[in-house]
Ligand binder design. Structure first.
Ligand code: KIV
Length: 289
């Protein structure tokens, strides 16, 4: 099903032909049958319509992550991210995709207060964006919230291990699970989140052995980020893997070097404008003779 409704001579949001059916929660959940998924699940973040269009054919899931706080808005962490930001970017990504399941992060402060607050926020995100699922951070403590939402028609993706919204408690973004007690807690968190009804779980920034244990212990797909190849799928922040930032975490592989390409293009444009060699006749409107 295409989500595009804009088709004017001036819009860049050109509709794409309907290529087929969108991924669903049961189809993704069903990818894990007993052991680890046969085919790993591919997930990337997207915050804009155009990026969604480009990534959609290659992914089973697109995540409108609250990492947009840092990546798009230049905020110091995900903590200041608002519902308005998540809804606006979530709707853009749904409009730019037709195949991948779109999940939207619940921002910090929008769900921790009570199950009723979580339902109000999650239902608003789903109504305003058209996404199929929400993601929220936290383990055992969030299990009652996940159960409340899933029992009321809201598919939830869990997020355990390194949970960036808790940066002030954790004291930084380092890998988690270095002590035995912490490793045990992360596995327990993943089990609690799965038992509460999450249809898949992001496990971020953990030692490989924990990823192995969680993937074995939990019946729903485990999507890793900085969590080794042992998981049922992988997610990365797209701008990191495209090389848009000088500094990327150790677990990121750069598949492109867009920062250099953009810098070179901008420098060339600036040179040509200053030399009056852009625009040329080709880019200039004149009456037809
Ligand atoms: O906010 C985000 O982009 C995320 C991913 C890194 C998993 O939560």
């Amino acid at each position: 099903m295409s989500t595009f409704t804009i088709d004017t001579a001036t819009s860049r949001a050109t509709p794409t032909p309907v290529p087929g059916k969108r991924m669903t929660v049961p189809s993704l959940r069903g990818r894990k049958k007993g052991g680890r998924t046969d085919q790993p699940i591919v997930m990337l973040t997207a915050y804009t319509m155009r990026m969604a269009q480009l990534l959609d054919p290659h992914c089973e899931m697109l995540l409108v992550g609250d990492s947009l706080g840092q990546v798009i808005y230049g905020l110091p962490s995900t903590i200041p991210v608002t519902m308005e930001m998540m809804c606006a970017h979530g709707a853009a990504v749904v409009r730019g995709s037709w195949h991948a399941l779109v999940a939207v992060d619940m921002p910090f402060g929008s769900y921790e207060g009570s199950v009723e607050q979580a339902f109000a926020s999650a239902s608003r995100i789903m109504k305003e964006t058209g996404c199929a699922a929400v993601k929220l951070e936290g383990g055992e403590a969030m299990a009652p919230t996940i159960q409340y939402l899933t029992h009321r028609g809201i598919p939830v993706i869990g997020h355990v291990g390194l949970t960036p919204q808790a940066v002030n408690i954790l004291g930084g973004y380092g890998a988690r699970g270095k002590s035995e007690a912490e490793a045990k807690k992360i596995v327990g968190d993943a089990k609690a989140v799965a038992d509460a009804g999450a249809f898949c779980i992001v496990v971020e920034g953990v030692m490989e052995a924990i990823a192995t244990d969680v993937t074995k212990a939990v019946a729903v797909p485990i999507i890793g980020i900085g969590a080794s190849a042992e998981c049922d799928g992988q997610v990365l922040v797209t701008e990191d893997m495209l090389g848009l930032f000088e500094r990327t975490p150790r677990f990121v592989k750069r598949y492109a070097d867009l920062a250099s390409e953009i810098g070179e293009a901008a420098a060339k444009y600036a040179d040509e404008v200053r030399a009056r060699s852009f625009p040329t006749d080709e880019q200039t409107y004149r009456p037809k003779v």
